[in-house]
Design a protein around this ligand. Sequence first.
Ligand code: ATP
Length: 269
Amino acid sequence: MSAVPDTFAGDTFVDFREVFLAYDNSSECAVEDITLQTQPGEFIAIVGPSGCGKSTFMKLATGLKAPTRGTIHIGGEPVTGPLKFVGMAFQAPTLLPWRTTLDNVLLPLEIVEPYRNTFRKDRPKHVERALALLKTVGLDGYADKYPWELSGGMQQRASICRALIHEPKMLLLDEPFGALDAFTREELWCVLRDLWTERRFNVILVTHDLREAAFLADTIYVMSKRPGRIVARRANPLPRPRDLDTTYTEPFSALVHELREHIGRVRST
Ligand SMILES: Nc1ncnc2c1ncn2[C@@H]1O[C@H](COP(=O)(O)OP(=O)(O)OP(=O)(O)O)[C@@H](O)[C@H]1O
């Protein structure tokens, strides 16, 4: 496993150089010639049509897949295997039904080094942190509930807490709000915005929702159809702090419209 040195002080965090990946037995690449750099603490979003390689990009960024060609550095270190400083959340919250919300949130600490060796001894300290995190996302008082006692939005809030409990340097989000209704989704955008503003972890968000990308990200990358290539990189011109009123402004609509045109072009080619 690779680790980011605490002293890392470079001005690039994620560094993909001419990265290609062909899955086993496939002559065609799933992603092709990806070159991308992020600054430490940057929030990036990747948008693109279905099957363009967004999840493949995530697997490369976490070290779950090695590139067929090209190099990947995260935090100044070459990626040589699964990274341990990553938190992840997906479209399905995937909470374990036999564990309470609190115990679901604590799960990474039972698994991830260096926490797992001292988990029992340090449990009271971890519980305190988990409860504080649950409170931040609006789940105060739900720690002892089981997942089936929570709404979909509440489960997703808990899964974001679980992704952050080990204080990862990088948070990977693969369509995390895709299954939620529009109101809950916007509420969770704000929860994520606030957590990121406070903690400044590096975020890679994969989403089909262009408004979500425009509301949350510093930089938005548009990928083409397979083989997935980055066809556009757009620095988000909207100033921070952003609130939901921002989504009704003309510059926001113009940005979403511009992204939609890019997607339209890549879908039609
Ligand atoms: N394990 C695998 N083995 C072989 N091919 C794969 C594998 N995983 C993904 N692919 C192929 O790689 C391409 C990119 O898939 P990927 O899941 O990265 O796309 P995506 O943009 O995340 O899709 P979606 O938006 O539908 O979730 C697709 O053509 C897919 O069929």
